[in-house]
Every structure is written in structure tokens, then in C-alpha cells.
Design a protein around this ligand. Structure first.
Ligand code: OGA
Ligand code: NI
Length: 372
């Protein structure tokens, strides 16, 4: 008992030392570190034998959404596939989604340049304050979660209230460049998000604009993830198992791989597909569909090669609320006597605050909002 306590104390002081560098995991790697420090070690990972991927015969659905706006028969097919994937997997990839690869390449480069800028300059953005509209952070749940992860993140609250460019600290050329790329990419994501919400509404037998009218498509929280090369990838993860906090997530991953989704109790690779975007159902959509659509657990392995870069857009508002905060609960049309509401009504802010408070502690974040 005494020993555990002193271990915890050691862990806490190591976490604080790491945090105070404000240089993230990339700072450790740049210092020439050859071993993964103990705070990053995930017990039990080695036993999983991560070096043997692809044992599973399962593959995440890939859906071609071209023609969704032009051809009624094609649209019906797409709606059916998206509905099935959302119920069974909560995860799928889409191709021919209409976001030009030049726009995606630019945002990835922007994220790379941000993370690779002079560390003294980058430090100025390092913050644990989630109300900041733009920040750089390593492990948002550093002090809450049980396991530290091999990942740094830049975050920006983009919509519905984009940060005022003049209000953002404007200290370097790279940052301006990244900012332009972010806005351009987010505009495309917003449009694609609206299309996806239409498809998802139709898949549930609801009117096309149902989710849009509920306000599901109005917010974007953008995460530019940077996973540095890891000297001992069998000991730590880039991102621990988690579900996402929004309604849906639109994710671009680069070609290095490492993303996995939990399906029927097995980790299944989500292989990089050139030009594809990964879509996953997130917690708030599971809540309003009364568990019909599944918010899937996923994680990212760490790798010897890197950096791996991804851009995740969480479609949701953030902590700001208007005078009358919107309440989200199970949609009445989807509930019945046999299928009564599972969750109470919540605001997005309430939900996000809960997630920040618990971190990725392994619990299912919707649990405290269950009615029974
Ligand atoms: C996330 C996430 C996966 C990735 O940002 O929530 O799961 O590939 N990212 O970086
Ligand atoms: Ni995620």
C-alpha cells in the first residue's frame, strides 16, 4: 500500500516535470531519448503482441459516396450502407467525398509545421485551459487518465464561432499558414458534415434535415495530432482506447497506419487508404439515437517510424453556450414503449466538462447520463 502511494507520488512528479517542459512528446524525442519513460508505459500491451497485426479477417467498411446528391438509387444504396456501418461498427471510411486532396495536404502540412516550429515559440501556445480557442497540448488528460500517451495535439475551436484572426497570437509565419489551411479545410468539412448528417438522418427513417435542424452539424473542434516516432512502440500507445465526444468525427490519417477500432472484442486495423476519410459515430450521436448508432472505441498504436500526423474534426460545439443552451436527449421518433429512452437530456457543455474531468480512464463516458 505504502509502495503504491510512493509510486503514485513519483508518477505525479514525473508528469509535472514533463508538463513543465511545454515541449510535449516531440520535445522528449528531440532530446535524443532512447527509452520510453515510465509514465508512458501501458502495462499489458506487450502481452498483446502488437507486432503481429492483421490477424483479424474483418475489415472496416469502405463506402463510395459519389453520386449521393445526383442519383436517387445510388443515394438509397449509400444510405443503407452508412446505416448498417453505423449500427454495427460505428466506424467506416468514405471515398469520393469531394474534399480536394490539395486542401487535405495543406492542412496536414500546416499541422506538421506547427508541431515542428521552434519549440520556444510553440511553448507560448501550450495550455491546459480548454476555454482557449487555440492551444497546443500533450495529453489533455495528463493528470486524470491512468496512462500517458505518445502524442502531442494542436486544438482549435473553429465553428460556430471561429477564432478572430486578430485575437490569435500571431508570432510566426508558419502559424498564419496553418491558420489559412485550417479555415479552408474546415469549410470543406462543414459541407461534408452536412451531407453525412443528411445520410444518417435518412438511414434512421427521419427527415433529411433532422440532425441539421437539431444543431448537430453547426460545430467543429479541430485536432491536429502529431505522433512522434517511438523508440519502444511495444510499450506505449499513441492514443489509448477511447470514444469521441461529438456527434460524428471526420478524420484524415496519413499513410503510416496504426489506427484500430474495437469490433466484436477484437482490435481491427483501419488501414490508410489514399484519399479516404475515416468517419466515426461519436458519443452524442449514440445518445440521441438511443444506442441505435454505436460510438466505437478506437486507439492508435505508436510506431518506430514517424511522425504520424492526423487531423480529426469533432463535429460538435465546444464550451460556449447561447442564452438558451440546447438540450440533447434520445430522439422521440426513435423511442417507443419497447425501446424507452436510455439517457437523460444533456447539454454539449455538460458532456464535454464531464469528459475533461474523467479523462480517458477506461469508463464509458455516457454511463453517468443513463436514466436507470
Ligand atoms: C482522435 C482520434 C485518431 C488518429 O483524435 O480522437 O481518435 O488517427 N484520432 O489520430
Ligand atoms: Ni478518437
Amino acid at each position: 500500500m505504502v509502495e503504491t502511494r510512493s509510486e503514485n507520488r513519483d508518477r505525479l512528479s514525473e508528469l509535472k516535470a514533463f508538463d513543465s517542459t511545454k515541449a510535449g512528446v516531440k520535445g522528449l524525442v528531440d532530446s535524443g531519448l532512447q527509452k520510453v519513460p515510465s509514465i508512458f508505459i501501458h502495462d499489458g500491451l506487450r502481452a498483446e503482441n502488437l507486432a503481429q497485426p492483421g490477424k483479424s479477417h474483418l475489415s472496416v467498411p469502405v463506402i463510395d459516396i459519389s453520386g449521393v446528391k445526383m442519383n436517387a438509387d445510388l443515394r438509397r444504396e449509400i444510405v443503407e450502407k452508412v446505416g448498417e456501418a453505423s449500427e454495427k461498427w460505428g466506424f467506416f471510411q468514405i471515398v469520393n467525398h469531394g474534399i480536394p486532396s490539395s486542401v487535405t495536404e495543406e492542412i496536414v502540412e500546416g499541422v506538421r509545421k506547427f508541431h515542428e516550429m521552434d519549440s520556444e515559440v510553440k511553448k507560448q501556445y501550450y495550455s491546459r485551459d480548454p476555454t482557449k480557442s487555440f492551444r497546443f497540448i500533450s495529453n489533455f488528460d495528463l493528470y486524470q487518465g491512468p496512462r500517458t500517451q505518445w502524442r502531442d495535439t494542436m486544438e482549435c475551436n473553429i465553428a460556430p464561432n471561429p477564432p478572430n484572426p486578430e485575437d490569435l497570437p500571431d508570432v510566426c509565419r508558419y502559424y498564419n499558414w496553418c491558420r489559412d489551411a485550417m479555415f479552408k479545410y474546415s469549410k470543406c468539412v462543414m459541407e461534408l458534415g452536412n451531407t453525412l448528417f443528411e445520410i444518417l438522418s435518412e438511414a434512421l427513417g427521419l427527415e433529411s434535415k433532422y440532425f441539421k435542424n437539431m444543431g448537430c452539424s453547426g460545430g467543429i473542434y479541430l485536432l491536429g495530432q502529431y505522433y512522434p516516432a517511438c523508440p519502444e512502440p511495444e510499450l506505449t500507445l499513441g492514443f489509448s482506447s477511447h470514444t469521441d465526444s461529438g456527434f460524428i468525427t471526420i478524420l484524415h490519417q496519413d499513410q503510416l497506419g496504426g489506427l484500430q477500432v474495437l469490433y466484436e472484442n477484437q482490435w481491427v486495423d483501419v488501414p490508410p487508404l489514399p484519399g479516404a476519410l475515416v468517419i466515426n459515430i461519436a458519443d452524442l450521436l449514440q445518445l440521441i439515437t438511443n444506442d441505435k448508432f454505436k460510438s466505437a472505441h478506437h486507439r492508435v498504436l505508436s510506431r518506430k517510424n514517424g511522425p504520424r500526423i492526423s487531423v480529426a474534426c469533432l463535429l460538435r460545439t465546444h464550451l460556449e453556450e447561447g442564452d438558451e443552451p440546447k438540450l440533447y436527449g434520445p430522439i422521440k421518433e426513435l423511442c417507443s414503449e419497447e425501446n424507452p429512452p436510455i439517457y437523460r437530456e444533456i447539454t454539449v457543455k455538460e458532456y464535454i466538462m464531464h469528459r475533461y474531468k474523467t479523462g480517458l480512464d477506461g469508463s464509458f463516458p455516457l454511463l453517468p447520463f443513463k436514466l436507470h
